[in-house]
Design a protein around this ligand. Structure first.
Ligand SMILES: C[S@@+](CC[C@H](N)C(=O)[O-])C[C@H]1O[C@@H](n2cnc3c(N)ncnc32)[C@H](O)[C@@H]1O
Length: 220
């Protein structure tokens, strides 16, 4: 394909849309790879996929393969879903929750998420979803950004307690955060303190320049 070939020399834009959540959404051929970006950051594939893959590696691909239910909050183009299904060969159930219908259309058209058999994609605010769901999960991936901004609810006790409740014993949370300012650094340190001895938390700073990852295991 010509666009893919030329993208090794210069990025080639495929589509650009306005979005109320992410300002703009752009699908671009970049270095031979189709990526999805918001106005100021990479959303799916490219560096974002590398970041979450590292998080999954820390948890362990073999362990993940044995899980039954995975919840993904923030789907965008679905690069972590591709890592789970194509690379890790996860065959259990994946539930993806995404607030932005525009992005779901892009994900289906350009990244073929609708062809993944074990994925249920729900268009809803993740906060509303976690309040309502009756299911429990072995792995919860939290990857919610509105361009470069992380909504406050992600760091509030109410949401954290609810996520912890939805997690099976021995289950994991993988939380992707962006640390740009001193305020963000302190916010993450405060977040860390919210988990007591029933959880084993690890923090991985500077996964790619501005990203800090958390893995949190529920021990009991
Ligand atoms: C970095 S992207 C997710 C990338 C994805 N995990 C992947 O593997 O490719 C962040 C996504 O969070 C979504 N988002 C923002 N606020 C949300 C909310 N309250 N509920 C659900 N999704 C939200 C954005 O629309 C965007 O698609």
């Amino acid at each position: 394909m010509l666009a893919k070939f030329f993208s090794y020399f210069i990025p080639i834009n495929v589509v650009k849309k306005n979005s109320s959540v992410s300002k703009t959404l752009e699908v671009t051929w970049n270095n031979g790879e189709l990526v999805l970006d918001s106005k100021n950051t990479n959303y799916s594939y490219g560096s974002l996929q590398r970041i979450l893959r590292k998080g999954l590696k820390y948890i362990g691909f073999d362990r993940i393969r044995k899980f039954e239910n995975i919840l993904i909050l923030g789907v965008a183009g679905g690069s972590v879903i591709k890592t789970l299904t194509n690379e890790i060969k996860f065959t259990g159930k994946i539930t993806g929750v995404e607030i932005d219908n525009e992005i779901v259309e892009i994900a289906n058209k350009y990244f073929k998420l609708n062809e993944i058999k074990n994925l249920e994609l729900i268009v809803e605010d993740a906060f509303e979803f976690v309040l309502k769901t009756k299911n429990k999960y072995d792995l919860i991936i939290i990857d919610i950004f509105q361009d470069t901004t992380m909504p406050n609810f992600l760091f509030e006790d109410y949401f954290i307690n609810r996520i912890n409740y939805l997690l099976n014993d021995q289950g994991f949370i993988l939380f992707n955060t962006m640390v740009i300012s001193e305020k963000d650094r302190i916010r993450n340190l405060d977040y860390k303190k919210k988990f007591d001895g029933n959880y084993s938390l690890r923090m991985y700073p500077k996964v790619e320049v501005h990203n800090e990852l958390f893995t949190i295991k529920k021990l009991v």
